[in-house]
Design a protein around this ligand. Structure first.
Ligand code: NAD
Ligand code: ZN
Ligand code: ZN
Length: 382
C-alpha cells in the first residue's frame, strides 16, 4: 500500500450548516478532518442547488441528522489525498458524485447498474467506510448529505465518489453535470434509450426535465410535450426541444387524455421530473399500450407509494426509476464532460443565478419558491 504523500491537518473553514429542518442555514466555522484511507479532501469551487437538497433540508423525517451540511452538485480541487489514493493528486479538478462506483461489487461489475453496493446513496449522513462524520463544530459531529456535503469551503469524499475533469472546464457551469443535467440526459439516453421519431411527454421542466428534453431532442424525438404548472417554462423549454406545452392548471380534462389525443393513443415515453408520486401515475397513464415506458426521476416529499391500475401493466407498459440517469459515474461521467466541452450539450442556459457563498439562503429560497432553474454558489466569493 502506498504511503500518504502528505500529512494533512484539520482545516477550519466556513460551511453553511442546517441546524433544523427548513431553518435558514448558518455560516459557521467547522473543522474538516483530513481524508482517511481512500478519501480525498476537496476545496469546493462551485456548488449548484438541486431540488433534492431543498427537499431533504425541509424534510422532518430524519430530525436526528442535524446539524447537517447539504449540497451534492459540485466542482472542486483536490486539496489532500488519503492513504492508498493513487487516482488523484493534489490540485486535480474534480466533480463530486452522490453515488460512487467501487468497480468491484456485484452491481459495478454487472455493466447493468449504477447501484454500487459499497458506495450507493448514503442516507445516514455519514461516510460510507467508517460510518463517522468528517465535520465537527466544537467537537460536536455535523452530518453529511449524500456523502458529498458541498455547502462547505472544504469537504471530504470517498475517492470513488469523485471524477477527475479537465482543468480547462468552466467550474461554475460543469457542476451541473454532478447531478441534475446528467440525471436527465441519462434518463433519456441510457434508461429510456429514446429512438428517433418517437413521442415523449415530460412532467416537470426544471433542470432535470429540461435535460430529459434535451436528450430527447438530440435523439430526434418527433414530439416532446412539456407539462408544467409554471407557464413561463414553455419559452425556456423550447430552447431545450419542447415542441408542445400543457399547463395542468389551465386544463379541464385529465392530462393523460390530452396527451393521448396528441399522440394517437399515448406517448412512447413519459418522464416524471417533479417529485410527486401522483404524477408518476399520470405519466404511466399517458404512455401507450404495448411498449409505453415511464421513467420516474423525482424524489417525492410525501407519499412514497406509487399506485397504478394493473391493466396499464398488463397492456404492456413499463415503469422504471433511475438515480443519476443510470450512469456509472467513474465510467460514464467523463463522456458527458467531453460532450459539454465539445459544445454538444447545453448546460450554461440552465444557470439562472450566480451568487457568492454568503447568499446561499437566498439561493435556497429561490429554489423553494420555484423562481430559478439552477443557482450556482461561488464558494470563494463572500
Ligand atoms: N433521480 C435522480 O437522480 C435525480 C437527480 C436530481 C434531481 N432529482 C429529483 O428530480 C426532481 C426534479 O428536480 P429539479 O432540480 O429539476 O427540480 P425543479 O424544482 O427545478 O423542477 C420541478 C419542476 O416541476 C414543476 N412542477 C411542480 N409541480 C408540478 C405539477 N403538479 N405538475 C407539473 N409540473 C410541476 C415546477 O414548476 C418545476 O418547473 C426533484 O424531485 C429532484 O429531487 C432526481
Ligand atoms: Zn441532485
Ligand atoms: Zn460498487
Amino acid at each position: 500500500m502506498s504511503s500518504p504523500v502528505n500529512s494533512p491537518a484539520v482545516i477550519t473553514c466556513k460551511a453553511a450548516v442546517a441546524w433544523a429542518p427548513g431553518e435558514p442555514l448558518v455560516l459557521e466555522e467547522v473543522a474538516v478532518e483530513p481524508p482517511k484511507p481512500m478519501e480525498i479532501r476537496i476545496k469546493v469551487v462551485c456548488t449548484s442547488i438541486c431540488r433534492s437538497d431543498v427537499t431533504q433540508w425541509e424534510s422532518k423525517a430524519q430530525p436526528d441528522l442535524f446539524p447537517r451540511i447539504f449540497g451534492h452538485e459540485a466542482s472542486g480541487i483536490v486539496e489532500s489525498v488519503g492513504e492508498g489514493v493513487t487516482e488523484f493528486e493534489v490540485g486535480d479538478y474534480v466533480l463530486t458524485v452522490f453515488i460512487g462506483e467501487c468497480g468491484t461489487c456485484k452491481h459495478c461489475v454487472s455493466g447493468k447498474s449504477n447501484m454500487c453496493q459499497k458506495l450507493g446513496l448514503e442516507r445516514k449522513g455519514l461516510m460510507h467506510t467508517d460510518q463517522k462524520t468528517r465535520f465537527s463544530i466544537k467537537g460536536k459531529p455535523v452530518y453529511h448529505y449524500c456523502a458529498v456535503s458541498s455547502f462547505s469551503e472544504y469537504t471530504v469524499v470517498h475517492s470513488n465518489c469523485a471524477v477527475k475533469i479537465s482543468s480547462s472546464a468552466s467550474m461554475d457551469r460543469i457542476c451541473l453535470l454532478s447531478c441534475g443535467v446528467s440525471a436527465g440526459l441519462g434518463a433519456a439516453w441510457k434508461v429510456a434509450d429514446i429512438s428517433k421519431g418517437s413521442t415523449v411527454v415530460i412532467f416537470g421542466l426544471g433542470t432535470v426535465g429540461l435535460s430529459v428534453a434535451q436528450g430527447a431532442k438530440i435523439r430526434g424525438a418527433s414530439k416532446i410535450i412539456g407539462v408544467d404548472t409554471n407557464p413561463e417554462k414553455y419559452e425556456k423549454g423550447k430552447a431545450f426541444g419542447i415542441t408542445d406545452f400543457i399547463n395542468p392548471d389551465e386544463c379541464s380534462e385529465p392530462i393523460q387524455q390530452i396527451v393521448k389525443k396528441m399522440t394517437d393513443g399515448g406517448a412512447d415515453y413519459s418522464f416524471e421530473c417533479v417529485g410527486d408520486t401522483g404524477i408518476v401515475s399520470t405519466a404511466l397513464q399517458s404512455c401507450c399500450d404495448g411498449w409505453g415506458l415511464t421513467v420516474t426521476l423525482g424524489v417525492p416529499k410525501v407519499k412514497p407509494e406509487v399506485s397504478a391500475h394493473y391493466a396499464v401493466l398488463l397492456s404492456g407498459r413499463t415503469l422504471k426509476g433511475s438515480l443519476f440517469g443510470g450512469w456509472r459515474p467513474k465510467s460514464d461521467l467523463p463522456l458527458l464532460v467531453d460532450k459539454y466541452m465539445n459544445k454538444e450539450i447545453e448546460v450554461d442556459e440552465l444557470v439562472t443565478h450566480d451568487m457568492p457563498f454568503s447568499r446561499i439562503n437566498e439561493a435556497l429560497n429561490l429554489m423553494r419558491e420555484r423562481k430559478c432553474l439552477r443557482c450556482v454558489i461561488h464558494m470563494s466569493e463572500q
